[in-house]
Design a protein around this ligand. Structure first.
Ligand code: ADP
Ligand code: SF4
Ligand code: MG
Length: 386
């Protein structure tokens, strides 16, 4: 299936897979097709009165593929569904719709221990992700025993090897998590993830909870480990600047859907989706700088306005309530992720991503000053009633 520019493959239909595979010319190692995850929210009583459950669609038809050995970034504002998608990919959250494949094989809802081992996660908060009652050695020993990774006589040597790999030494074995700094704890968490010899490491905001001074060292560690171990990496961040120097491709997520995916430098130099343009505009100094990684620009507002609730995803294009170039068609037609005809690895879900923008000048102006490009009389906030 090859979607040409302007030819929708349909949101959540798996249209992105071939394009992603085309990056390396091989079939994806991990892929999601039409994956949806929702949460029932509100009390049971309220649901009975309303005669329907309120469903929060955290992930709403995601197509995404990860090639073996690549580093893919998943970026987007807080609440866009990145963590929920990551948990679903790692088998830690069940999916309502769609399928997840590993090496071409559909992964069942209840994964075998061997399948669980293949995709390991590192979480944002190294303080809460480690058991405070176990020493590092005890934690690794338990994990290696359950998964039969090495014979029992080799556990200590293997644990030392792992800790050395992440920049700690055997001294860390008898220590408890509370005895480490934040950066060191994240190193322990990475060692624990690597202990199971995964094919894929999913790092969900791995440096967001750390001091700025140690963020770069943890990112560099991930980069080195990827090179050394041939890992496939999914790096999640709300900050595009963090992923620029680490990842081969970037996928941008908005309100439960992937809205743009492209090779990293292409995304930075020629973003096609207005949301991506907004995110990049929030880090202008970083977008132009090849050497910088994380600065105070991180804290700037990304895109004007607030993201709508995942309980009430706008009809048509889900970004239209904040889009500076929204048109009438955006009210009703949900744009599919489509390929740029000249660069198929670049995909975006916007009716005007690969055609002349209706009012390109609007994007050059600050978003707040840009006039709403919606036809008069058409309500921009028209939303689904679910
Ligand atoms: N366990 C949960 N129960 C209910 N809503 C949730 C749960 N986890 C996440 N959400 C909601 O799902 C949406 C996506 O959240 P999340 O995946 O954490 O986004 P991100 O990681 O991009 O910040 C948000 O609206 C969030 O409030
Ligand atoms: S122009 Fe329309 S389709 Fe494109 S992002 Fe804006 S609202 Fe969505
Ligand atoms: Mg998150």
């Amino acid at each position: 299936m090859t979607a040409a520019a302007g030819q929708p493959g349909g949101p959540g239909t798996g249209a992105a897979l071939d394009g992603a595979a085309g990056v390396t010319g091989t079939a994806p190692l991990l892929s999601a097709a039409g994956v949806a995850v929702s949460f029932a929210v509100g009390s049971a009583l309220a649901a009975r009165v309303r005669q329907q459950q309120r469903l929060l669609r955290a992930v709403d038809g995601v197509d995404l593929a990860l090639a073996r050995g690549e580093a893919l970034a998943l970026v987007g504002e807080s609440g866009s569904g990145k963590s929920t998608l990551a948990l679903a990919l790692a088998g830690l959250r069940s999916v309502d719709q769609g399928e997840i494949r590993f090496d071409g094989r559909v992964l069942p809802t209840r994964r075998s221990r061997a399948d669980q081992r293949r995709i390991q996660m590192v979480f944002q908060d190294p303080y809460s992700s480690l058991n405070p009652r176990l020493t590092v050695g005890g934690m690794l020993r338990e994990l290696l025993r359950v998964h039969h990774i090495v014979p029992s006589g080799e556990v200590e040597a293997y644990s030392t090897e792992l800790l050395t790999l992440v920049g700690l030494g055997p001294d860390a074995l008898p220590a408890y998590p509370r005895q480490f700094s934040g950066g060191q704890r994240q190193r322990v968490a990475i060692a624990r993830a690597l202990a199971l010899r995964p094919d894929i490491l999913v790092a969900d905001e791995p440096v967001s909870a750390l001091d700025v001074s140690v963020q770069a060292t943890i990112l560099n560690l991930l980069r080195d480990l990827r090179g050394e171990l041939g890992l496939t990496l999914l790096l999640i961040s709300h900050n595009l600047a963090v992923v620029r120097h680490l990842c081969d491709r970037v996928a941008v997520m908005y309100l439960g859907r992937i809205v743009e995916v492209a090779p990293t430098e292409q995304l930075f130099s020629n973003p096609r989706h207005p949301y991506t343009k907004g995110l990049l505009a929030a880090i202008p100094r970083l977008a132009d700088s090849a050497s910088s990684q994380i600065t105070a620009a991180d804290s700037g507002p990304a895109v004007a306005g607030d993201m709508p609730s995942a309980l009430r995803i706008p009809a048509g294009c889900r970004f239209r309530t904040r889009c500076p170039i929204a048109q009438e068609i955006c009210e009703t037609a949900d744009p599919a992720l489509t390929q740029d005809i000249g660069a198929p690895a670049h995909q975006a879900a916007c009716h005007f991503a690969f055609t002349a923008a209706p009012s390109a000048a609007a994007l050059a102006a600050p978003a707040a000053a840009a006039p709403p490009a919606v036809a008069p009389g058409v309500p921009r906030q028209q939303q689904r009633k679910d």
